[in-house]
Design a protein. Structure first.
Length: 324
């Protein structure tokens, strides 16, 4: 059996879907099903049952698992409750890491590109670069703290699980993100306007060297993100902290252009002023360095942005049932 924490969430539910497509159904899902949208993320899926966080470690006691895929977290970049965020994003995964070490269970967890902050330190996922990163928000700091704790254990030769991997996911988008509200991808947020024939709003640039809508992100389709996790399960000798992006930054204007193309409509984009609270703190570029994951042996291609957007729109967003 495989345990997927956050298994009713965005990346987690897509992992469950990808496992199902392999014929794997012995899956335990750990999550809080606090919304109808999250419940719907699993409505097409086969799994063994739901385990609450409150009962998780009682459930784990004496159990043998094939792996723990830890995707659960408080992922809001605007969260301010430090006690709650650190409990969910640092203390809980530390306990899971200890359990996996003691039981010799592979442990694959979600880190985040939010650890890179404004990107001024680059997007290098080498171990010596970790300590230099300066996250901009509590979410990023919590993920950074756990990455550093893991790296310190490895450096000091403290016992670890037989396989461990931390995945710094970049700008993941795709089906089953609907419950994330403000944390949804821009594409998901603006789809109703584009579908209804209304102009889509994007932020103006407040930098002279970058055009409006020219802000860039490393957008990665959630199906590709899940594929990296499954590849790690297939390659148990691979451990480390790795970036998970495409390695190619694309602009928001590119993404929205692909949305209108998928809808077979001419682009309509209206640029609005950058909110005052973001001016001077807005990321203009994220781009994963993927050399280390490639060197570890991951050689599958990443879905190009236009193809990923077309798939997301035509198979999910523009259907009565958009859930994977």
């Amino acid at each position: 059996m495989i345990l997927v924490t956050g298994g009713a969430g965005f990346i987690g539910s897509n992992l469950v879907a990808s496992l199902n497509e392999r014929g794997v159904t012995e899956i335990a899902v750990n999550d809080h099903l606090g919304s109808v949208e999250k419940e719907r993320n699993l409505k097409h899926r086969r799994y063994s049952g739901i385990v609450s966080t409150e009962e998780l470690f009682r459930w784990l006691d004496g159990r043998k698992l094939e792996a723990i895929l830890h995707m659960g977290a408080i992922s809001s970049t605007t969260a301010t409750d430090e006690k709650a965020v650190m409990a969910a994003n640092f203390e809980l995964p530390m306990r899971l890491l200890d359990w996996c070490t003691a039981t010799r269970t592979p442990f694959i967890y979600a880190s985040s590109a939010a650890t890179y902050g404004d990107g001024s330190q680059g997007f290098n996922d080498t171990p010596d670069a970790l300590a230099r990163l300066q996250p901009l928000n509590l979410y990023g700091r919590s993920k950074q703290r756990f990455d550093l704790a893991v790296a310190e254990r490895v450096r000091n030769r403290v016992p670890m699980p037989p396989q461990w991997a931390g995945l710094k996911f970049f700008n993941v988008f795709g089906p089953n993100e609907y419950h994330k509200e403000d944390m949804r991808s821009v594409l998901c947020k603006v789809f109703p306007d584009a579908k209804a024939g209304r102009p889509v709003q994007l932020f103006k640039s407040d930098r002279a060297d970058i055009p409006d809508g020219g802000q860039k992100r490393d957008f990665i389709y959630v199906l590709d993100a899940a594929a990296v996790v499954l590849w790690l399960l297939d390659h148990p000798r691979v451990s480390g902290i790795y970036n998970v992006g495409t390695g190619e930054a694309r602009s928001f204007r590119d993404m929205i252009g692909a949305l209108f193309k998928a809808l077979k409509r001419e682009p309509q984009i209206h640029y609005i002023d950058m909110p005052a609270q973001l001016s001077g703190r807005y990321q203009y570029l994220t781009q994963a360095r993927m050399e280390r994951l490639r060197a570890a042996g991951y050689d599958a291609p990443f879905t190009p942005l236009e193809a990923a957007v077309e798939d997301y729109v035509t198979r999910f967003l523009d259907r009565p049932d958009p859930y994977r």
